[in-house]
Ligand binder design. Structure first.
Ligand code: NAD
Ligand code: IPM
Ligand code: MN
Length: 351
């Protein structure tokens, strides 16, 4: 068989802890199959920056581009760590990867698994995906500050939304919806205030929708969307939204489905011009780092998304099913499983 080359970026905090378990599962599930997996680790993140002053060099970026996919843990310093200016690692490493590799579909599925307690009293069935735009919006860094630090400071962050960028992600959302049982797309924006970008998104949905007559669609302002995520999350099937709204909604989605430690994501380049990157939705969680307290499930489910993207559907399904069983089996335990115990339990279920 052929060899699949994966770049692994464990990162900071709990990143290396959860990635170790994800790698354990990845190696196990691909062992003996006709596609061999070869892993190359890249040391990057806040700790690496402190040691070297480097975020992501062009040379490293070029090396990463040669891989078939990227498995990413988490990066970033503790909010109170004054040695690292906030935003450097996020912008110059994580967002640089997403932008340079044209990860325009930031896919974030949310599912309430059997045996997981939602903080909602009546969660109902929760099974939706957020298709978050990944390369534009307020994330592009188009802004500035004048008279910085004075009482007259003016700071701007200009959201960039292109017809090209919006159309490709909206089309992706409809394509995904058409393959799902409920076939429904909800556009989330704030077109009553953000009229320029909002109307572009709305017009784009109206333009693309007729190509998918089997898919229904509706619209919610982002503030109302947060209400329904709390009061009636079952109404959602596919949510399509911009980069910032998608960031916020997917942390909420993680919370209602029992914790951010279960939320996986894919930063996907659907054109396959560059490798896609798979990572948990959560960050480096400095508050629990180094204690084997982190739930590696999000990282392991990100491996399933990666396998699916690489065409290894059977392996992807096997990982998902093992995860689902492991989650259910947690109910019978009196103690919490440690990070590596969860990885081991999932491997045991795969065996
Ligand atoms: P966070 O996601 O790291 O943590 C938020 C809360 O969730 C914390 O209480 C944490 O303990 C908990 N949590 C997170 N992952 C968990 C897991 N797997 N199991 C159990 N609990 C978990 O968000 P934050 O505190 O806002 O950010 C910390 C750092 O991470 C910052 O530097 C931030 O910029 C960075 N960050 C990076 C990424 C990324 O690399 N993709 C994502 C988000 C935040
Ligand atoms: C996420 C994170 C990132 C984002 C940050 C760390 C740049 O919060 O992956 O959700 O905002 O996209
Ligand atoms: Mn986030």
């Amino acid at each position: 068989g052929n060899v699949i080359n994966i770049a692994v970026i464990p990162g900071d905090g709990i990143g290396p802890e959860v990635v170790a378990e994800a790698v354990k599962v990845l190696k196990f599930v691909t062992n003996g199959g006709d596609q061999q997996v070869d892993l190359t680790e890249y040391t990057l993140g806040a700790e690496h920056w402190l040691k070297t002053g480097e975020t992501l060099t062009d040379e490293t970026l070029e090396a990463i581009k040669k891989h078939d996919a990227i498995l990413f843990g988490a990066v970033g310093a503790a909010p109170g760590d004054t040695r690292i200016p906030s935003g450097i690692i996020e912008r110059e490493l994580l967002l640089k990867l997403r932008f340079s590799l044209d990860h325009y579909v930031n896919l974030r599925p949310s599912k309430l698994y059997a045996g997981i307690e939602s903080p909602l009293a009546n969660p109902g069935e929760i099974d939706f995906v957020v298709v978050r735009e990944g390369t534009e919006g307020p994330y592009v860094g188009n802004g500035g500050s004048v008279r910085t630090g004075t009482p007259h400071e003016i700071a701007t962050e200009v959201s960039v939304n292109t017809a090209y960028g919006v159309e490709r992600v909206v089309r992706d959302a409809f394509t995904r919806a058409s393959a799902r049982p409920r076939k429904h797309v909800t556009l989330v924006h704030k077109h009553n205030v953000l009229v320029h970008a909002g109307h572009l998104w709305r017009r784009t949905v109206e333009m693309v929708a007729p190509e998918f007559p089997e898919v229904t669609h509706d619209y919610l302002h982002v503030d109302a969307a947060t209400i329904f995520l709390t009061t009636n999350p079952s109404r959602f099937d596919v949510i399509v939204t911009d980069n910032l709204f998608g960031d916020i909604l997917t942390d909420q989605a993680g919370a209602i489905t029992g914790g951010i430690g279960l939320s996986a994501s894919g930063n996907i380049n659907m054109d396959r011009t560059y490798p896609s990157m798979f990572e948990p939705v959560h960050g480096s969680a400095p508050d629990i780092a180094g204690q084997q307290k982190a739930d590696p499930t999000a990282a392991i489910l990100s491996v399933a998304l990666m396998l699916e993207h690489l065409g290894m559907s059977a392996a992807a399904t096997a990982v998902e099913q093992a995860v689902e069983k492991e989650i259910t089996s947690r109910q019978e335990l009196t103690d919490h499983r440690t990070t590596s115990e969860i990885g081991d339990a999932i491997v045991a279920l795969l065996a």
